[in-house]
Design a protein around this ligand. Structure first.
Ligand code: PLP
Length: 474
């Protein structure tokens, strides 16, 4: 990312060709992330498989990279499944976990014999009838929830409750008088939040459930622990702690604002007292990636042996569906500076050619400092807010005030780092008829990149408007 930002002529050529903003994907980073998880499973001697959770990023080249690495893809919609099949992912390595499974999606899954994770009885009935119509037998797993962790029950709107799922699997899931076209293969969960102890507890309860099902003649071939593996985005713990301290001070009026209009990002001052917590992804995590998985495998729930010990020799494949964590260091979002101005409160606003949907976190703000490619100028430290192209007052791209060595000039470049997991695409819209941003991928590691190394996404599903800018130019 830093190398690219240091090459302004190359950035200018990329913008000339593709407009702003641009999403760049560096695919070799995904290989490393896959390798990191595989090493942990291998160390524990556990049969395993990874499924890249496609929902985290729309780019097809990342799906192709998953296939090249021999891992599977977790799909959450008809189009995600269709594209994964087109990318050459083996149907054996695909799974459908969509929250809403339409008949169109299930027809496609049945056509290609793709494993489906069942969430509810209606879905089960629909899949069975489609499989029956095509005279096929389809592999299924059951999504389970309502696990116990530290004596509290974990609520989820997804899946079957752990206390009620066994009778459904053994007798209730075959609605038309026992003629089943569904073949039980395994158990699945995906927990909200980022707790390794909750995941360890849930996995233990699934292993116990698998044992119970075995006594009734049903062999569990896999347990899938979903995603939610934490990513560490920051270099130092101090950055994280200092930021929160300063934010609290600012909200209490003890120092100047450090966020636009003194947004507390979850903190609030009520009757002079500070309330709330930071409503943002935990950007600093010592437990992340490999250590996150390691801590799940080493977890001991109540008096049980560790998860890893419980699984030894059981012939159950342990699966996971990481999205964000497989995309760590894979992507960045670049945008061009269009204007600078001082607002009525004396704050510098720097307008970028992009909008808030093209860098949007599901939490209160994206808390990483951007990189910059600025025309050299005399040092004159300046604090700015980056603003976007929507007609909404709220289109402030980062709520944090950003300190720069000097004011950027028009056509300078701002680079938002590590945005591939959920940030660049998840909420992307075409409001104002803006085009979606272009996605470019770098397929191999090189000392120095040239324009031709950046491969543009080209997909049947790209819902692009005609390129108005080019049309106007001609
Ligand atoms: C079923 C399922 N699997 C996997 C994931 C991926 O989670 P993450 O990107 O946090 O790893 C999600 C995310 O919502 C999910 O719902």
């Amino acid at each position: 990312m830093s190398d690219l930002m240091a090459n302004k002529p190359l950035l200018d050529t990329l913008f000339q060709a593709h407009g702003s903003p641009l999403n760049i994907h560096y695919l070799p980073a995904m290989d490393e992330n896959i390798h990191t998880f595989r090493k942990v499973f291998e160390k524990h001697g556990l049969p395993h498989q990874l499924y890249y959770a496609r929902k985290a990023n729309k780019t097809q080249s990342v799906v192709e990279r998953a296939a090249q690495n021999g891992i599977g893809v977790d799909t959450a919609s008809y189009r995600e499944l269709k594209q994964a099949l087109e990318a050459g992912v083996s149907p054996e390595l695909l799974v459908v976990t969509a929250a809403i499974k339409t008949a169109q999606l299930l027809e496609l899954a049945v056509e290609h014999n793709v494993l489906v994770i069942i969430d509810n009885p209606d879905e089960c009935e629909l899949l069975n009838s489609i499989a029956k119509k095509h005279k096929k037998h389809i592999r299924i797993g059951f999504r389970v929830s309502g696990f116990y962790a530290e004596d509290k029950k974990l609520y989820s709107r997804f899946g079957f409750d752990i206390n009620a799922v066994a009778p459904f699997i053994t007798t209730g899931c075959f609605p038309d008088g026992g003629e089943s076209h569904l073949v039980y293969k395994g158990l699945h969960f995906h927990l909200d939040g980022y707790s390794t102890t909750e995941r360890g507890a849930a996995l233990t309860q699934c292993i116990v459930l698998a044992k119970r099902l075995e006594t009734q003649g049903l062999k569990t071939e896999f347990i899938d622990i979903g995603g939610g593996v934490l990513v560490n985005y920051l270099q130092h713990k101090d950055e994280w702690n200092n930021f929160q301290q300063e934010l609290k001070k600012a909200v209490q009026g003890k120092c100047d604002e450090i966020t636009f209009n003194n947004d507390g990002l979850g903190f609030q001052l009520i009757d002079g007292n500070l309330h709330g917590t930071l409503d943002a992804y935990p950007y600093y995590n010592e437990e992340n990636g490999a250590t996150f998985l390691e801590n799940i495998l080493n977890y001991r729930y109540k008096n049980y042996p560790s998860v890893s010990e419980l699984l030894q020799g059981k012939d159950i494949e342990l699966r996971m569906e990481p999205g964000r964590s497989l995309l760590n260091q894979v992507g960045m979002t670049l945008a061009r500076v269009v204007f600078r101005k001082k607002d009525a409160r004396g704050r510098w606003l720097v307008g970028l050619e992009m909008n808030m949907s093209q860098l949007k976190s599901s939490s209160a703000d994206f808390l990483l400092d951007p990189l910059t490619a600025l025309e050299p100028a005399e040092a004159a430290p300046t604090e700015v807010y980056f603003t976007g192209a929507y007609c909404l007052e709220q289109d402030i791209l980062l709520k944090r005030k950003i300190a720069l060595p000097h004011l950027p000039q028009v056509a300078d470049v701002i680079g938002f780092v590590n945005t591939a997991g959920y940030l660049m695409h998840f909420y992307e819209t075409q409001a104002h008829l803006f085009e979606l941003s272009t996605n470019l991928s770098l397929k191999s590691a090189k000392e120095q990149y040239v324009f031709e190394d950046f491969k543009e996404e080209c997909s049947e599903f790209d819902i692009r408007l005609p390129d108005l800018r080019r049309m106007t130019n001609s």
